[in-house]
Design a protein around this ligand. Structure first.
Ligand SMILES: [Mn+2]
Length: 206
C-alpha cells in the first residue's frame, strides 16, 4: 500500500508552524515547539503510534505564555492527520488504548467520525493541581487535545486515572500521549476487509 503522507505550513499572526507526517512510518520524530515538555510528549506520541513526524514551530509567541503555541501545534497536527488520511478509505476508524505509568493510568478512545469533539475525564486529579516546566498544566493538555480533535474531526474521550498523591505533570501527561498515540495508530490502520471503502454507513466521513 502507498504510504499516507502530508505536509503542512500554517501561518497566523501569532505563530508559524511547519510539519511533515507519514502515518505509515516507523515512529521517527523531530520536534521543535519551543515548549520542552510538549516536544518530549510528541516524540513519545509519534514513537508509540509508529508515525514519522517532523514539526517545527518557526515562530512562537512565548513572550505572552504557552497558550497560543500549544493550541496551534494541536491545530496543525489535527489538520495534517486529516490531510494524510484523505477520504479515510478503509481505515479502522475506532481506536482505544491504555498506558500506565507508576500509579497513573491514561486511557484514550478515538473515533475518526468527522465529528470533532474531545471530552476529558480527570479521575483523582484536579486539572489545575499539577504544573510543569514553562507553566504547562492539564488544562493546556486538554486544550491541545481539543484543538487536535476538532481539526481531525475525531471524537476523543480521554481519561486520566490518578490514584497517586505524588505523580507529577510529566508522568500524568505521558500516560495521555502514549495512550493517544496507540489509539490513533489503531484508528488510522487500514482494515483489508473494507477493501478501501469508507468505514461509515453514510458512505463518507467529512
Ligand atoms: Mn518522560
Amino acid at each position: 500500500m502507498e504510504q499516507r503522507k502530508a505536509q503542512l505550513e500554517r501561518k497566523s499572526k501569532e505563530t508559524e508552524i511547519k510539519a511533515e507526517l507519514n502515518i505509515d512510518g516507523q515512529g521517527k520524530a523531530k520536534i521543535k515547539t519551543h515548549i520542552g515538555l510538549l516536544d518530549h510528549m510528541l516524540e513519545l506520541f509519534a514513537f508509540h503510534g509508529c508515525f514519522d513526524l517532523n514539526l517545527e514551530v518557526v515562530k512562537a509567541d512565548l513572550e505572552i505564555d504557552i497558550h497560543h503555541t500549544n493550541e496551534d501545534v494541536g491545530i496543525v497536527l489535527g489538520k495534517i492527520f486529516k490531510k494524510a488520511l484523505g477520504e479515510m478509505q478503509g481505515i479502522r476508524r475506532f481506536g482505544s488504548a491504555f498506558a500506565p505509568m507508576e500509579d497513573t493510568l491514561g486511557h484514550s478512545v478515538v473515533d475518526i467520525s468527522g465529528r470533532g469533539h474531545c471530552k476529558f475525564n480527570f479521575e483523582g486529579t484536579r486539572p489545575g493541581a499539577h504544573v510543569g516546566e514553562e507553566g504547562y498544566n492539564l488544562l493546556n493538555l486538554e486544550h491541545f487535545m481539543d484543538s487536535f480533535a476538532k481539526q481531525l474531526g475525531a471524537n476523543m474521550i480521554i481519561t486520566i486515572n490518578n490514584s497517586s498523591t505524588t505523580a507529577d505533570l510529566h508522568t500524568i501527561t505521558e500516560t495521555v500521549f502514549k495512550s493517544f498515540g496507540l489509539a490513533l495508530d489503531q484508528a488510522t490502520q487500514v482494515d483489508p476487509r473494507r477493501k478501501g471503502a469508507v468505514p461509515s454507513t453514510k458512505g463518507i466521513i467529512d
